[in-house]
Write a protein that binds this ligand. Structure first.
Ligand SMILES: Nc1ncnc2c1ncn2[C@@H]1O[C@H](COP(=O)(O)OP(=O)(O)OP(=O)(O)O)[C@@H](O)[C@H]1O
Ligand code: SF4
Ligand SMILES: [Mg+2]
Length: 440
């Protein structure tokens, strides 16, 4: 599905916190994303990364307190949902925006029949009479693969299996032909056959109805098969987003690369051992002024401890929140061609060549050059300005000078032994996914 036209849902600067006895939990930190009509946006990220809280924040589904949507804008159908009154929001929920909850066991009301629960939104939002709503409810149950649908309308949720309850939830969410469907791990309790049926159904409906779908899952195989675009979340933030083929072929954030290498492959080279992402997810007790992935990142640099990277564009429709793809910064880590020999004013006994920069920096007690102002947080340390226009000059090794023309603090410490450069190129990832979301 092309990434064009006006988005049906446009989210900017969303921040959600939970107030707990132990302090605030910053579950969602300045999340921006959009969803186009007819598009399926896959959302991935490890447990606790903020996928569910983000989506529930959009349509006022979080209990307040303890939750508080502290900032942001959620534009849907010409209005900001965060500023919409409760009555209107209730009409939008279930009518124009369908939501399939992560836990089907607790999402259905045990004291009402399944038929009643499917018919209720039809009567409320579509204005259907009882008879028409019953017929439509049976159609919907049939659509999601429940056998003997008309008879089963009279059954209660406990008379359905877990997978069937999940399908009932999907039927309720689809009842009013929503413009947007948010499905939070909707197929996790389903066997692969039913899962495939539901995925096919989604492909069909979004094409037929032009419905935009947000599909949260841990299953990268499902994402590869169904999504048009993928958003990767980590530590309450979006760390990377790209069209599905682009993301699998060219992941740029170290977390995304690590995530892709944790998936078994049935094609390509045989991998003896799957990669494990070492370490723990970040504690969200404060809004991070640093990269949330820093504790687990093999490419961590000094700047990653001081600043939280913004999302830098890396290709068409593809961005990543990592300093390695910051066009200004990453230049400093690339191997540089040696400068052409220049006539030296005086013969030098021994000259240092400009060296590739190390990716890690030890704390430097010396005054440092001014960092490039790519980030919102100013460096509290007073620092001298770099000398404008000054080029790196070969210097005698004995003097150990600090190169003046290197503007970024990550390069300041000349090392006798240069370290290898961080690889911005994608990790060689072999996977078995069939990426076919846009075929649907
Ligand atoms: N009621 C709550 N009180 C305090 N913290 C909460 C509450 N609900 C969620 N959180 C925190 O918000 C963060 C994001 O949770 P969320 O449920 O969005 O994760 P998720 O990415 O959906 O994970 P999963 O894949 O396990 O469903 C987590 O750190 C979680 O502990
Ligand atoms: S290189 Fe730095 S900014 Fe990029 S993911 Fe690693 S710690 Fe974060
Ligand atoms: Mg969740």
């Amino acid at each position: 599905m092309p990434d064009g036209g006006a988005p049906v849902l446009d989210v900017t600067g969303l921040k959600t916190v939970f107030r707990t006895r132990g302090g605030e939990v910053h579950a969602v930190n300045t999340v921006d994303f959009h969803l186009n009509a007819g598009e399926l946006l896959g959302v991935v990220g490890e447990s606790g990364s903020g996928k569910s809280v983000t989506m529930m924040s959009l349509i006022g589904l979080l209990p307040t307190p303890p939750a508080e949507v502290r900032a942001g804008r959620v534009m849907f159908d010409g209005r900001d949902l965060l500023k919409t009154d409760d009555e209107t929001l209730r009409d939008i929920r279930g009518g124009q925006i369908g939501f399939v909850f992560q836990d089907p066991m607790t999402s259905l009301n045990p004291v009402f029949t399944v038929g009643f629960q499917i018919m209720e939104p039809l009567r409320r939002h579509m204005g259907m009479g009882k008879r028409a709503a019953r017929v439509r409810a049976a159609e919907l149950l049939d659509l999601v693969g429940i056998p003997d649908a008309t008879r089963r309308l009279g059954d209660f949720p406990h008379q359905f299996s877990g997978g069937m309850r999940q399908r009932v939830m999907i039927a309720i969410a689809l009842a009013c032909d929503p413009k947007v469907l948010i499905a939070d791990e909707p197929t996790t309790a389903l066997d692969v056959t039913i899962q495939a049926q539901i995925l096919e159904l989604m492909k069909e409906l979004r094409t037929k109805l032009g419905m935009g779908v947000i599909w949260i899952t841990h299953d990268l195989g499902v994402i590869a098969g169904i999504a048009d675009r993928v958003m990767v979340m980590y530590g309450g933030q979006v760390v990377e987003q790209a069209p599905v083929r682009e993301l699998f072929a060219n992941p740029r954030h170290p977390y995304t690369r690590a995530l892709l290498t944790t998936v078994p492959s049935v094609r390509g080279e045989r991998v003896k051992r799957l990669t494990v992402i070492e370490g723990q997810p970040p504690i969200l007790s404060q809004q991070p002024g640093w990269c949330p992935f820093r504790d687990r990142c093999p490419h961590r640099m000094e700047v990653c401890d001081r600043l939280n990277p913004q999302r830098y564009p890396v290709a068409a429709g593809h961005d990543a929140a990592c300093f390695l793809v910051d066009p200004g910064l990453s230049e400093d880590y690339r191997p540089r061609p040696r400068p052409a020999p220049q006539p030296a004013p005086q013969p030098q006994p021994l000259q240092a060549q400009p060296q590739p920069r190390p990716i890690r920096q030890q704390p430097d007690p010396q005054p440092q050059p001014q960092p490039r102002p790519v980030q919102q947080q100013p460096d509290p340390q007073p620092q001298p300005q770099p000398q404008p226009g000054q080029k790196p000059q070969p210097q005698p090794v004995q003097q150990q000078p600090r190169p003046q023309s290197q503007p970024h603090p990550v390069q300041q410490q000349p090392q006798p032994q240069p370290k290898p450069q961080p690889q911005v190129r994608p990790t060689s990832v072999s996977h078995s996914f069939t990426i076919g979301g846009d075929d649907g």
